[in-house]
Design a protein around this ligand. Structure first.
Ligand code: PNW
Length: 462
C-alpha cells in the first residue's frame, strides 16, 4: 500500500472548522441585535479575564467576506458557525429581519465559494430578555427556542444542510447555572439540573420544528461535549469515582437523547441536592428523544478522578453529584488552556460511543487546542504544537473508524482565534491568527496549511 493511502479517511468524509457567533462577531448593537446573557455577564466585574468583552471580538460581523475568502484559501469544505438568537430575535420572540439578512449574506458568501454551511442554533448566547423571564431553568425557554429554530429553518433552510440544535448543554447548564463561571453566572445546582432538562426539551422541540420544515438532504443533530474519566488505580473505589464523573459528564445528556431518560445513577447522585426531577413532565422524555441524524462529539481532554475516603465528602469539582470524588490536576503534555493532550482518549471515546449508542453516526464537531502562538520575524505563525495536536487527534479519529465507529465528519475548533468565554482573548484556538492588539489582522497559521493538505488528500501525511 502506498504511503498516501495508508492513513486515508472514508470517501465523503466531511472536513471543517468552526466558530460561534458571540466569540467572533462583535457588532453587538448593530442592525437591531438585542443583548444576550453573555453581553451582560461580560460587562460584570470579575467574570472575564482582564475584563475583556466581545463588543468587537474578531469583528466578523463586518469582515465575514474576507474571513470566508480565507476559508477558501485554506480549502475548507465546511464551515460550522452559530446563529446569534438575539441578532435574529432581539427579545427572543420577535423576528429581526436585519439580523436574518446578515446570516443570509454569510450563507450566500459561503455557497458562492463552494463552502458547505453548518449551522448551530444555540451556542450559549441566550437573549437577555428570556433570561429575565427565568432563562433555561424556566420551561418556557424551550418553547421559545423551538420557535427560533423554526424561524431560522424558514430563513436559511433552503440552503443549509447541516444543523446542530444545541451546542454542549453541559456547559450551558452546569457552567452557566451551577458553577457560575459562564453566563448567566448563577450558582444553584437544582436550577442547573433543571436548565439541563429544559435545554434537552428545547433540543427535542427544535428537532420537531426543524423536521417539520425540512427538505431532503438536511441533517439534524445535537452536539455534546465529552470528557472521558481516567483513574490511576483499577479497583472498585476508583471505578465508582469514574462512574460518577462519567455519569454527569458523558451520559447525562446522551442517555436522554437516546431515549433512555436521565441515568438512574446520576439521578441518585444528585437527589440530595433537591427535587430537580420535578421539572420533567409526562411526555418530556419522548420529546427529548427525537431521532437525530448524527451525534455531534466535542472532545478536548479527559479528566483524572480520585475517590475520597469519605464517600460524602465535598468534591473539589463544583459539578453537581460528585460527592466523594476529586478531580486531579491534568498531566502533561498540556495545552495553554491547561488541558491534557490525550489523543488515545478520543479513540476510546469514539469506540465507546459506537457501542453505547448503537452504531449511531458520529460527527466530531469540535476538537482543537490553545497554544501561545507568536507571529515570528518572517511574519508567520509556526504553531508546530497545534499541528502535532491535530495530527495526533486525526490519527485517533482514524483509529476509531478502523475499530468500527461510524465517524462522518471532523471539525476543528476553531477557524479563528476568538473570545474564549471566561478567559477572554488569552486563549488562541484558531487555524487563523487574529491580532487583537493591532487592527485584528488575520494570518493563516502553519497548522492551517497542514490541515489544508489533509483535506486535499483526504488522508494524513506520514
Ligand atoms: C467548548 N469542559 O467549550 C465550546 O463549545 C467552545 O465555544 C469553546 O471555545 C471551546 O470548547 C474551548 O473552550 C468547552 O469544561 C468548555 O469540559 C468547557 C468544557 C468543554 C468545552
Amino acid at each position: 500500500m502506498n504511503d498516501e493511502l495508508r492513513y486515508r479517511f472514508p470517501a465523503g468524509f466531511r472536513w471543517g472548522a468552526g466558530t460561534s457567533a458571540f466569540q467572533i462577531e462583535g457588532g453587538v448593537t448593530e442592525d437591531g441585535r438585542g443583548p444576550s446573557v453573555w453581553d451582560t455577564f461580560a460587562a460584570a466585574e470579575g467574570s472575564i479575564h482582564s475584563r475583556h468583552t466581545a463588543e468587537v471580538a474578531c469583528d466578523h460581523f463586518h469582515r465575514y467576506e474576507a474571513d470566508i475568502a480565507l476559508m477558501a484559501e485554506i480549502g475548507l469544505p465546511e464551515y460550522r458557525f452559530s446563529v446569534s438568537w438575539p441578532r435574529v430575535m432581539a427579545d427572543g420572540r420577535n423576528p429581526e429581519p436585519r439580523g436574518l439578512e446578515f446570516y443570509d449574506r454569510v450563507v450566500d458568501a459561503l455557497l458562492g465559494r463552494g463552502i458547505n454551511p453548518s449551522v448551530t442554533l444555540y451556542h450559549w448566547d441566550l437573549p437577555q430578555a428570556l433570561e429575565d423571564e427565568g432563562g433555561w431553568p424556566a420551561r418556557d425557554t424551550a418553547y421559545r427556542f423551538a420557535d427560533y429554530a423554526a424561524l431560522v429553518q424558514r430563513s436559511l433552510g433552503d440552503r443549509v444542510d447541516q444543523w446542530t440544535t444545541v451546542n454542549e448543554p453541559f456547559c450551558a447548564a452546569f457552567l452557566g447555572y451551577g458553577i457560575g463561571v459562564h453566563a448567566p453566572g448563577i450558582q444553584d445546582d437544582v436550577l442547573a439540573l433543571q436548565a439541563g432538562h429544559h435545554l434537552m426539551l428545547g433540543h427535542g422541540l427544535a428537532m420537531q420544528a426543524l423536521r417539520a420544515g425540512s427538505r431532503t438532504g438536511q441533517e439534524f443533530g445535537l452536539a455534546l461535549n465529552f470528557s472521558p474519566a481516567l483513574a490511576d488505580v483499577d479497583d472498585r473505589r476508583h471505578a465508582e469515582a469514574r462512574r460518577k464523573f462519567d455519569g454527569l459528564h458523558n451520559r447525562f445528556f446522551l442517555d436522554a437523547m437516546l431515549g433512555r431518560g436521565y441515568p438512574a445513577d446520576v439521578v441518585a447522585d444528585t437527589r440530595h441536592l433537591g427535587e430537580w426531577t420535578s421539572a420533567i413532565r409526562d411526555g418530556d422524555l419522548d420529546l427529548v428523544a427525537q431521532p437525530v441524524d448524527w451525534l455531534g462529539v466535542n472532545y478536548y481532554a479527559p479528566a483524572r478522578v480520585l475517590p475520597l475516603d469519605d464517600p460524602e465528602a465535598v468534591s473539589n469539582c463544583r459539578l453537581p453529584g460528585l460527592r466523594g470524588v476529586d478531580v486531579l490536576p491534568p498531566r502533561g503534555p498540556l495545552t495553554s488552556f491547561g488541558w491534557e493532550q490525550a489523543p488515545g482518549a478520543l479513540t476510546s471515546l469514539l469506540t465507546w460511543l459506537h457501542e453505547y449508542a448503537g452504531g449511531i453516526p458520529l460527527a466530531v464537531l469540535e476538537n482543537g487546542a490553545a497554544f501561545e502562538d507568536k507571529v515570528e520575524a518572517d511574519g508567520r505563525v509556526h504553531d508546530k504544537e497545534r499541528e502535532r495536536y491535530l495530527h495526533e487527534h486525526l490519527h485517533a479519529v482514524l483509529d476509531g473508524i478502523r475499530a468500527g465507529a461510524d465517524v462522518r465528519a471532523y471539525v476543528v475548533w476553531s477557524f479563528l482565534d476568538n473570545f474564549e468565554w471566561a478567559l477572554g482573548y488569552t486563549q488562541r484556538f484558531g487555524l487563523v491568527h487574529v491580532d487583537f492588539a493591532d487592527g485584528l489582522d488575520r494570518r493563516i497559521k502553519d497548522s492551517a496549511y497542514y490541515y489544508a493538505r489533509v483535506i486535499e488528500t483526504n488522508a494524513l501525511p506520514d
